[in-house]
Design a protein around this ligand. Sequence first.
Ligand SMILES: N[C@@H](CCC[C@H](N)C(=O)O)C(=O)O
Length: 276
Amino acid sequence: MYPFLKGHGTENDFVLLPDPDGTVHGALTPERVRALCDRRAGIGADGVLRVVRTAAIGADGAGQDAEWFMDYRNADGSVSEMCGNGVRVFGRHLAEQGLADPSAPVPVATRAGVKVLTFAGGAADGEITVDMGRPAVLGDTKVAVGERTWPALHVDMGNPHAVAFVDDLAEAGPLLDAPTHDPAVYPAGVNVEFVVRRGAGHVAMRVHERGSGETRSCGTGACAVMVATALADDAPRGTTYRVDLPGGTLRISWTADDRILMTGPAVVVAAGTTAL
Ligand SMILES: N[C@@H](CCC[C@H](N)C(=O)O)C(=O)O
């Protein structure tokens, strides 16, 4: 039996696997991740967060000045560089377990570098702000669902995104399959966001995540959406956008020194053991 916890950030949900020294869950195969994330035969989640000391992770953690490393896997077992909602849940878990001090900034190492978390309201409640680092705006692209194609902006938040503005969030249909994209632009696949404007500094979005399908929220996706919207608006740095997702709301700003700050909730809702 293996220890696990379950948590979510704006209903983007995760199985957390405590593995401080990399000895418990070292053999985290894609099959095992798929079994854990299975919503009928497993615990059910959009992804898995393995909680491991950076010193125990090997090359992925090399040179990162943070005690803890977030080893993120999508529900299909694939590895991703970064998860914005996941890193808040990861931080909540560290704080609740006394593994990090929430009264000070908490650095977390990821495959996309160190992200620094700031807690409002202490360990038990309150929102968490993540310094997501610099966005990379990589130019125009397009995405398609069936016969329909939309222009999109390629934004990299440590992981790849295509942001498409639409008139109505329903226009992309049920998103049962992944939107198609240019494999030359996204050789490792892409997370696709569809966005509508709700008012000044306010958008709503839905997302099809690489490796997990349509989810109720995506933190890196919301940051990519904010970047695309701020550029389209020619918004001054420091403007905060409200980004509504099916699972909740995130608040995102782009600082004068070119960093994206994302603020939102994170909760751990269960703990137990699993045979998976
Ligand atoms: N839900 C996450 C992103 C998870 C990884 C993504 N599916 C990918 O493959 O890059 C978030 O909150 O950012």
